[in-house]
Design a protein around this ligand. Structure first.
Ligand SMILES: N[C@@H](CCC(=O)N[C@@H](CS)C(=O)NCC(=O)O)C(=O)O
Length: 208
């Protein structure tokens, strides 16, 4: 069985939602970030970056990096059709947005919430946060255009890359303003939230 190192509100939301969509069994190993369990020797021996999620495959292979996990899971379950056929133009779109979200949007969000980590100068945090928020504004404009005509990132077919965008929307620092400026992202968010597997996953991650 898959072992998913999991924390509420963390990036574990994306592989979990994908497992729920496909109907794959997984074991949740709960890590308490507030108690710094992600920095414990035990967890660092799983993921030396001390970050959630981490995923152990049924054969014992360890994965980190949320976007890579989604790419692996869709390859493992092709019958679920949650990624376009390899080598197709739609696959190129799928990979483009998967990498865009994982290597641009996710890090910008981390800079908003962990801004003090990005400089040795403690007075720089506010500026780092502001710059990250401006970057997010630009990135969400690009995503809004990518959803035209949509309604999903790869067009008419829902795919695993949409799950990553859905998760990042949940973390946006000012979703009301973003939705006003990005009507297609708003429509997309409604479509995703209406999916039973996504709603089920979200219930476990939303703050009480
Ligand atoms: N590049 C990693 C980033 C993972 C990450 O930063 N996770 C956050 C939670 S969403 C985390 O573990 N934060 C705790 C910390 O860094 O102290 C990925 O894509 O999975």
């Amino acid at each position: 069985m898959y072992k998913l190192y999991w924390a509420q509100g963390s990036g574990a939301m994306a592989p979990q939602a994908l497992f729920e969509e496909i109907g794959v069994e997984y074991e949740k190993i709960i890590i308490d970030i507030e108690k710094e369990e992600h920095k414990s020797e035990e967890f660092l021996s799983v993921n030396p970056m001390g970050q959630i999620p981490a995923l152990v495959l049924p054969d014992g292979t360890l994965m980190t990096e949320t976007a890579a996990m989604l790419a692996h899971i869709v390859d493992r379950y092709p019958e679920a059709k949650l990624a376009p056929p390899a080598g197709s133009a739609d696959s190129a779109r799928f990979l483009r947005w998967l990498f865009f979200l994982g290597s641009n949007v996710y890090p910008a969000i981390l800079r908003v919430y962990y801004s003090e980590r990005y400089s040795t100068d403690p007075t720089a945090a506010e500026g780092i946060k502001g710059a990250a928020e401006s970057e997010l504004d630009e990135q969400f404009k690009i995503l809004d255009d990518a959803l035209d005509p949509g309604p999903y990132l790869v067009g008419e077919a829902f795919s695993a890359v949409d799950i990553l965008l859905w998760m990042l929307i949940q973390w946006h620092p000012d979703p009301a303003r973003m939705f006003e400026e990005s009507p297609r992202v708003k429509r997309f968010s409604g479509l995703l939230q209406a999916r039973p597997a996504i709603a089920r996953t979200w219930r476990e991650h939303e703050e009480d």
